[in-house]
Design a protein around this ligand. Structure first.
Ligand SMILES: Cc1cc2nc3c(=O)[nH]c(=O)nc-3n(C[C@H](O)[C@H](O)[C@H](O)COP(=O)(O)O)c2cc1C
Ligand code: SF4
Ligand code: SF4
Length: 307
């Protein structure tokens, strides 16, 4: 029978037939299968699980817990998710999608709550995120879906995030599109969320809701737009390699961290924020002018929306 490695800190579910390897100790594998994801004939325990998860680690999340899940290269989405999570009572844990290994499969439980936050990139969720979210197994856990956008528009992003979460077996109980400082052009929506935004976010986060939101989605989304600005390293770089390690698009070669593979780069800014000596930046001479023009086009204040 196939064995699945288990992160030692996580609880084990209470049903199933497989085997887990925890140190040297083998344990009965408790596996809950969610009918939306698995076909009826697949719901037989670990063998069916191995069909869906052929390799990698199964991360069985702590039961009855509140999990903050975010992809947040510039940190604002993370702060919103953490604020919303902090207002929910229960045990807390976090999954940072920038550091979650691609072959990890987090498994949740019916009584869990997840708060999932994504930045909006060209009206969609970031291109590296759907495949990560599609490794999640919701098992009916409740979810709060949040997109953070830089005062231009969030377009298809919230619908896309909700659809993936539902397909992975979560029940969306609340959703929001919140304005956050623009990570590509930080002069836009500077310092947002501000105190007025935080008050609204807190009020909404505290509302008790258990019924799933209505959700319709024909499954077509706008094309992912191309962003022409890509960060590069300057001569201040000391080759520490942190940017290469965090880059979600594998666009930085650790042997040459000043360079950026412009085809792969998604302009997320994680490398800029992680660099301890501020050696990465948008160096294109057209960038300041583009930021100014973008600021003028998007200066009218937008307000967060809550569902
Ligand atoms: C590549 C890229 C594309 C973006 N596209 C949009 C967009 O379509 N609409 C918008 O309002 N903000 C857009 N933004 C701004 C981000 O959605 C916003 O700053 C978000 O809060 C960043 O999240 P983070 O701070 O957690 O990284 C974009 C930012 C980047 C880096
Ligand atoms: S190189 Fe591009 S994709 Fe990689 S972290 Fe930097 S901005 Fe993000
Ligand atoms: S994080 Fe900064 S200093 Fe470290 S390798 Fe990257 S650019 Fe160089």
């Amino acid at each position: 029978m196939k064995e699945f490695p288990l992160y030692p800190c996580y609880d084990i579910l209470t049903k199933g037939t497989g085997k887990l390897n925890q140190g040297n100790k083998k344990q009965a594998c408790p596996v809950l299968l969610y009918p939306n994801i698995y076909k009826e004939e697949d719901r037989q325990g670990s063998l069916s699980l191995s069909k869906t998860y052929p390799k990698g680690k199964i991360l069985i999340m702590q039961k009855n817990s509140i999990t903050s899940i975010y992809f947040s290269p510039a940190g604002t989405t993370r702060s919103i998710v953490q604020k919303v999570a902090s207002l929910q009572e229960g045990k807390h844990q976090e999954l940072d999608l920038l550091s979650l290994a691609k072959d990890t499969h987090p498994v949740f439980h019916t009584d869990d709550l997840v708060i999932v936050g994504m930045p909006v990139y060209a009206g969609r969720i970031p291109s590296t995120c759907p495949s990560l979210l599609r490794t999640f197994q919701g098992n009916g856990a409740k979810a709060i879906a949040i997109v953070a956008y830089g005062n231009r528009a969030y377009e298809d992003a919230l619908r896309e995030l909700e659809t993936i979460l539902i397909q992975q077996g979560f029940l969306i109980i609340k959703a929001a599109a919140v304005i956050a400082q623009h990570s590509l052009f930080p002069l836009v929506a500077k310092n947002r969320p501000d105190s007025s935004d935080w008050l609204k976010i807190e009020h909404w986060a505290k509302e008790q809701r258990n019924r799933p939101l209505q959700h319709t989605d024909e499954g077509t989304y706008r094309e992912r737009g191309k962003i022409s600005f890509k960060p590069e390293g300057t001569e201040q770089c000391n080759n520490c390699g942190l940017c290469a390690a965090i880059c979600p698009a594998k666009a930085i070669d650790i042997r040459e961290p000043r360079k950026t593979d412009k085809e792969k780069c998604i302009s997320c800014t994680a490398c800029i924020h992680v660099c301890p000596v501020h050696a990465r930046a948008f160096l294109d001479e057209k960038y300041p002018q583009a930021q100014q023009a973008f600021l003028e086009r998007n200066s009218e204040r937008k307000e967060p929306e809550f569902f």
